[in-house]
Design a binder for this molecule. Structure first.
Ligand SMILES: CSCC[C@H](NC=O)C(=O)N[C@@H](Cc1ccccc1)C(=O)O
Length: 624
């Protein structure tokens, strides 16, 4: 089921179908069974995510859940038996519940209130209970509950009436660390004493500084937190609970993304966002020295998880040319074993392309990082069309991961440049804040400048550059087509915002704790209505004159389907080609393989029609 593309002077590249690309399995999560003989993980092998377990010695994975509709995301085995805990919503509506699967296969919804969203917040260190957050009392705020494992009855531990977010719970169950968003560049830390019920504010600052509690130390004496106080990047510090003293723990040239300890604190893991790559460090806490991580040539190590006895470590390895695989390392015999092989064997990894981190100067001299994928067939004698990929957020970042969609497009002859425009995470707080209240303007200019960068490569056809992105990135697609109608040859909008006034008014109730922070960055729909109107592509849709494709999940709680319905209707009035694909069983992002296959092949067909001049296949542009 493969074909070849013949070029005159450039290499002949084997092309693969979308079915072949999507026949690669995506896996996530890991937890050791109580006897350390197996590892639990989620896999979309069956088309939707289900729970699987695999022996640590290797061998055939066993499927534990049989969902055919809703994704099952594993949390963990129970600490002392082989029941498992997992999270699942309905068709991407993000109203997640916690479920318990018993070894006989029966499943119980532990958080049955239909309208309430629940999320796991950790096992108690004594392994008698787990903590979870739920907004069942007040749809706006998440209270903290403790679920006893004997009775499976939840107990309210902390009523959250102040819009705080729980970040960490101490092993002795005495303290909870919380965070309060002030704006997207600034936050405060709080400490709640579960015995005295006192809430203490730990931070006091006038300027924008982020404080993010991470974890309590295993001896319960200190709170480790991340902050960008006094610098551009998030560094790790500790707060001494007894004295209030703050000490420096770890710093890098980039943001530290997170840190955590193994169960008894023998190891501490830190992850650094090193220029869009995840760099994991594991420290032996007794010596304070980094341990040497297993030598895995296939890519970067992520998702490190330890067995409770701290003798084994599970982790993922991933790179832009190889999908994530699960590995296990035994600290005693120093052996590392690959437990999964997720890549479709039909795909020769040599046919995939590596991703290069590049930088270019924008209109005002600001340096913009981007990730470049060059088709093997591209060259000065074979200039190729290109797609600019814009991430969501607005404060997200496109990272160096395996993306079947990007590889599929590159494999079919499109250069892809994923732009981390100003406002993206990972490049310091000045860069992150540089788009505040200037959305659809300065960030869009960065994307327009990316076209010059692509032209400078010498292998991109300048008049065949399209723009594509998801959510906030989808907004940028619409903004690009509406506000700068001559810049992009086509646009592919995946569930993007068309009308900021409506989207910011209709945010889910459980976003209340950061609603003000969001409004400070994006604009308040009550008080900034003129500015929000002016940056909403829906009201300028008459200016769109280039072909547009829109893909939308009907259950999306963040960008409602009406956003896509209305932009599609409005652009159709311009006699511009518009294709619309709606998935009835998806939310903010498409997770079911059959939908990914339909959506991604429709995107390629659309690009081929309008950037390569090939006829559109009959099945694209459907409304499911
Ligand atoms: C300041 S960003 C908070 C919104 C959130 N961020 C996480 O990614 C998010 O879901 N963003 C959407 C776009 C959006 C922004 C504001 C209101 C609704 C949707 C995204 O995924 O890009």
């Amino acid at each position: 089921n493969t074909s070849s593309e013949n070029q005159t002077t450039e290499p002949v590249v084997k092309t693969y179908t979308i079915d072949q690309f999507m026949n690669t399995t995506s896996i996530t999560g890991s937890d050791f069974s109580p006897d350390n003989s197996k590892i639990l993980y989620s896999s979309n092998q069956t088309g939707v995510y289900n729970a699987f377990e695999v022996p640590v010695t290797g061998g055939e994975p066993r499927q534990l859940t049989n969902s055919t509709d809703n994704s099952v995301f594993v949390i963990s085995y129970f600490p002392k038996d082989e029941r498992i805990l997992y999270s699942s919503d309905k068709g991407g509506n993000e109203i997640t519940h916690l479920y318990m699967r018993s070894p006989d296969g029966t499943v119980k919804n532990l958080t049955p209130e239909p309208e309430a969203k629940a999320s796991f917040a950790g096992w108690s260190h004594d392994q008698s209970s787990f903590f979870f957050l739920s907004n069942k009392r007040d749809p706006k705020y998440f209270d903290l509950y403790e679920m006893d494992l004997q009775t499976l009855t939840p107990k309210l531990v902390m009523k959250n009436e102040q819009g705080l977010d729980v970040a960490a719970i101490s092993r002795d169950k005495k303290h909870i660390a919380l965070v309060k968003s002030i704006n997207t560049n600034s936050s405060d830390m709080y400490l709640y004493n579960m015995e005295t019920k006192q809430l203490k504010k730990l931070t006091d600052h006038k300027e924008d500084i982020k404080y993010a509690p991470e974890t309590f130390t295993p001896d319960n004496r200190q709170l480790y937190f991340l902050t960008d106080e006094g610098g551009e990047f998030m560094e790790l510090k500790s707060y001494d609970l007894a004295t209030g003293n703050i000490s420096n723990v770890e710093k890098a040239d980039w943001d530290i993304m997170y840190t955590y300890f193994s169960r008894d604190g023998k190891y501490r893991v830190t992850a650094i966002n090193n220029d869009a790559r995840t760099e994991v460090k594991v420290y032996d806490t007794a010596t304070g020295k980094q341990i040497q991580l297993p030598d895995v040539p296939a890519g970067d190590i992520t998702g490190v998880n330890f067995s409770d006895d701290e003798n084994m470590m599970a982790f993922y390895v991933n790179s832009p040319t190889s999908s994530s695989n699960l590995y296990v390392h035994d600290f005693e015999d120093k052996e590392t074993k690959q437990l999964t092989n997720t890549m479709n064997p039909d795909i020769n990894q040599e046919d995939l392309v590596k991703t290069e981190v590049v930088r270019y100067k924008s209109y005002d001299g600001m340096e913009i990082p981007a990730l470049l994928m060059k088709p093997k067939s591209a060259g000065p004698k074979n200039k190729v069309p290109a797609v600019l990929w814009i991430h969501g957020g607005p404060g997200g970042q496109t990272r160096l991961n395996y993306s079947p969609l990007m590889q599929y497009l590159v494999n079919h002859g499109y250069a892809v440049l994923a732009v981390n425009n100003r406002g993206s995470s990972g490049y310091g707080k000045t860069f992150f804040a540089a788009d505040d209240q200037k959305h659809g303007d300065v960030d869009l200019k960065d994307v327009i400048e990316a076209k010059k960068y692509l032209a400078s490569t010498g292998y991109v056809a300048e008049d065949k550059i399209g723009i594509m992105g998801g959510s906030y990135g989808g907004y940028m697609v619409l903004a690009g087509l509406a506000f700068t109608p001559d810049e992009f040859a086509v646009g592919v909008n995946l569930f993007g915002v068309a009308n900021w006034l409506r989207t910011l008014k209709s945010i889910p109730p459980y976003w209340e704790s950061f609603r003000e922070a969001l409004y400070k960055e994006m604009g308040n729909p009550e008080t900034d209505s003129a500015a929000l109107y002016n940056k909403s592509p829906l009201f300028f849709a008459h200016q769109i004159k280039k072909p547009l494709m829109v893909l939308q999940g009907a259950n999306d709680p963040r960008v409602l389907k009406v956003e896509s319905d209305e932009i599609v209707e409005a652009v159709k009035k311009n006699n511009v080609p518009v294709e619309y694909v709606v998935f009835d069983d998806e939310g903010h992002g498409f997770v079911k393989k059959e939908n990914q296959i339909e959506g991604y092949s429709a995107i390629l067909a659309f690009l081929d029609t309008y950037l390569k001049g090939k006829p559109t296949p009959a099945n694209s542009g459907s409304q499911k």
